[in-house]
Design a binder for this molecule. Structure first.
Ligand code: SF4
Length: 380
């Protein structure tokens, strides 16, 4: 099921399988100039050389220069939710730290084009200090997501020291690392990286595979190393016009990911960042894909389909609607394979809140989270 990409002849094995060599040798794929960074690792370039359908992901196209129907510099409205540069506090209980602007591939559909590969590189000590004290002060923050750029372009020792600092904060429960390195440079997932990540559990690795062809034998081995070390992995896919927008491709991707112990987590509508109109699918097309997968794939394999509301409204879940009719105390449904049924609400005493002692504790905990200020001092 997973084919080896192999190594090109003149390159010595010690280089090809060395992630630092791969990242150092990122090359652009086009003669065209773009104001946004471009390039990919030799590994990913070899993959697209063998599978031309993946080429548009990294090749600058003249379509990129059309403004299209929607073209936003900051589609997720991150700037307005940044208490200061490199920290995004969009949701009360979690923050996103843009630890580096460097990637190992510059995807033409990237939502954060305004930031990636702009030679700001690694966050300065001063910035990190500020971020750490902000997180320490805001006790409703329970989760830190390392993003960028790609955090796995950093060395093991730098990652280790950053992760340690977050782990020392008592109220931080979860750490996430979002990375495309497992796709474009699977040799990055070394045993030594696995040992570093293992020290800072609970930690989740968020991968970004878009197409089953990206699941090579090299990627399979890398993901197995991670899973065997006990690191939980979740995948986020972006639907891309003429690249992966068909149920047959998505089912092949998500079933293989699950087999490799990576939970398909999100399937995203492509964000309208600058020059991405040609990548975007219509919401109707994406929903039709989700509807066809529903019921035919197990819930474990089925990703949540979602879009980020342009301008910073956060995520909007999109799911096929199985409701046929809503009446006062009952709803009528038609399932994925057209079987119909009615759900009747209970006659009396439903929707009462629990009253036991433990509930009060959970309620207190919930109130802290709910009242946590976020972004540029928002509360709900
Ligand atoms: S941040 Fe992620 S999506 Fe954007 S260019 Fe880098 S790897 Fe690609």
């Amino acid at each position: 099921m997973f084919k080896s990409l192999g190594k090109p002849d003149p390159t010595p094995e010690k280089d090809w399988f060395n992630w630092k060599w791969q990242v150092k040798n990122i090359q652009a794929l086009s003669l065209k100039e773009s104001s946004f960074s471009s390039g990919a690792t030799p590994y990913y370039l070899r993959l697209i050389e063998k599978n031309a359908c993946l080429k548009p992901i990294v090749e600058i196209s003249k379509k990129e220069f059309n403004s299209g129907r929607q073209s936003l510099k900051d589609p997720l409205g991150e700037k307005k939710h940044s208490p200061f540069p490199r920290l995004i506090h969009r949701y009360p209980d979690r923050v996103l730290f843009l630890v580096t602007d460097q990637c190992a591939v510059y995807c033409r559909y990237c939502t954060r084009k305004r930031f990636t590969g702009k030679k700001q590189a690694f966050s300065a000590k001063k910035e990190q200090k500020k971020i750490l004290s902000y997180i320490k002060e805001n006790k409703g923050i329970r989760e830190v997501i390392l993003s960028g750029g790609d955090p796995l372009t950093l060395s093991d020792s730098i990652l280790d020291s950053i992760l340690r600092q977050f782990r020392e904060i008592e109220h931080i429960e979860i750490i996430r690392i979002a990375s495309r390195l497992p796709v474009v440079c699977p040799m990055r997932l070394t045993s030594s990286l696995c040992s570093v990540l293992k020290k800072h559990q609970p930690l989740f690795l968020m991968t970004h595979f878009n197409h089953p062809l990206e699941l090579t034998e090299e990627a399979q081995n890398a993901l197995s190393r991670m899973a065997d070390s006990g690191i939980l992995m979740f995948n986020q896919t972006v639907l891309l016009n003429q690249i992966n927008n068909h149920p047959s491709i998505i089912q092949a991707l998500v079933r293989r990911l699950l087999y490799l112990r990576v939970k398909p987590y999100y399937m995203f509508q492509c964000d309208p960042s600058e020059g991405t109109d040609h990548f975007r699918t219509s919401i109707e097309n994406s929903l039709a894909i989700q509807k066809e997968l529903w019921g035919r794939l197990s819930g474990l394999a089925l990703p949540n389909f979602s879009l980020d509301i342009p301008g910073g409204g956060g995520k909007a879940a999109l799911a096929p609607d199985f409701t046929v009719q809503k009446e006062k105390r009952q709803w009528h449904f038609k399932g994925w394979d057209f079987v119909e049924g009615v759900y009747k609400n209970p006659i009396k005493e439903c929707d009462l809140e629990p009253t036991d002692e433990s509930f009060k504790n959970y309620k207190e905990e919930w109130d802290i989270l709910k009242n946590q200020a976020y972004g540029k001092r928002n509360t709900l």
